[in-house]
Ligand binder design. Structure first.
Ligand SMILES: Nc1ncnc2c1ncn2[C@@H]1O[C@H](COP(=O)(O)OP(=O)(O)O)[C@@H](O)[C@H]1O
Ligand SMILES: [Mg+2]
Length: 215
């Protein structure tokens, strides 16, 4: 049996209205899971709950066998930094710095080296000496993905990572993510509204009427 990495039990959360309740979810090594759903259904919120950023109103999230919302903030920070790869809609790249310097920050923290093959694969090796502000949105997105993967995370949480990319580049990014999962015995949770991207994952769920259903 492959190892259980994430287990969420009986999750409920509301903001102005009830987003969802009674949600159970698990993720094992090597698994790739897509979560689909309409805008406003709570996909991003659910991803934030799974990935240490939002404490749910109800329920438990175990990451690597630890009940994360009962851990001290510095422990959560350490898990987030070393074990999780977060690809959210905002890039959080340093705009005034070169692409390569943005990657060096990530690898310095994790003690890894920059994977030249990964840069080639993402077709961004020629952008490395340009400042982030000079790159196109799609190039910036790929630099941010390279930065996340350079840390060698165990779980990747990606929120619409291909939303701003043309179809060809979107497929390239998905392939790179899936190869990464396979090579590093990691796992992926992908939030998307794009059925074509979701089809590339092994499991698909839909967040609808406050419930998460596999289909
Ligand atoms: N931090 C927040 N505070 C208040 N309301 C929020 C917050 N985050 C999300 N919401 C609301 O929750 C609903 C679901 O948002 P979200 O999880 O982003 O959905 P999705 O990603 O499926 O579009 C939206 O109505 C949104 O306005
Ligand atoms: Mg969203």
């Amino acid at each position: 049996m492959s190892k259980l990495l994430l287990e969420a039990k009986n999750i409920a959360h509301a903001f102005d209205y009830q987003l969802f309740s009674g949600i159970d979810f698990s993720l094992h090594e090597q698994e790739t899971v897509a979560i689909l759903g309409r805008s406003g259904s709570g996909k991003s919120t659910l991803l934030h709950i799974f990935s240490t950023f939002t404490r749910p109103n109800q329920g438990i999230v175990n990451l690597f066998d630890q009940d994360i919302y009962r851990l001290k903030e510095d422990m959560i920070e350490s898990i987030r930094r070393y074990q999780l790869g977060i690809i959210f809609q905002a890039h959080y790249l340093f705009k005034g710095m070169k692409a390569i310097e943005n990657l060096e920050i990530a690898t310095l923290l994790s003690g890894e080296i920059i994977d030249e093959k990964l840069l080639e694969r993402l077709e961004i090796q020629s952008t490395m000496n340009q400042r982030i502000g000079e790159l196109s949105g799609g190039q910036q997105q790929r630099v941010s993905i390279a930065r996340v993967l350079s840390k060698k995370p165990k779980i990747i949480f990606a929120d619409e990572p291909t939303g701003n990319l043309d179809k060809e580049t979107a497929i390239l990014v998905m392939q790179v993510l899936l190869e990464y999962i396979e090579e590093h015995n990691a796992a992926l949770v992908l939030v998307t509204h794009d059925e074509n991207m979701a089809k590339l994952c092994q499991k698909r769920y839909r967040l609808e009427n406050q419930k998460l259903e596999q289909f």
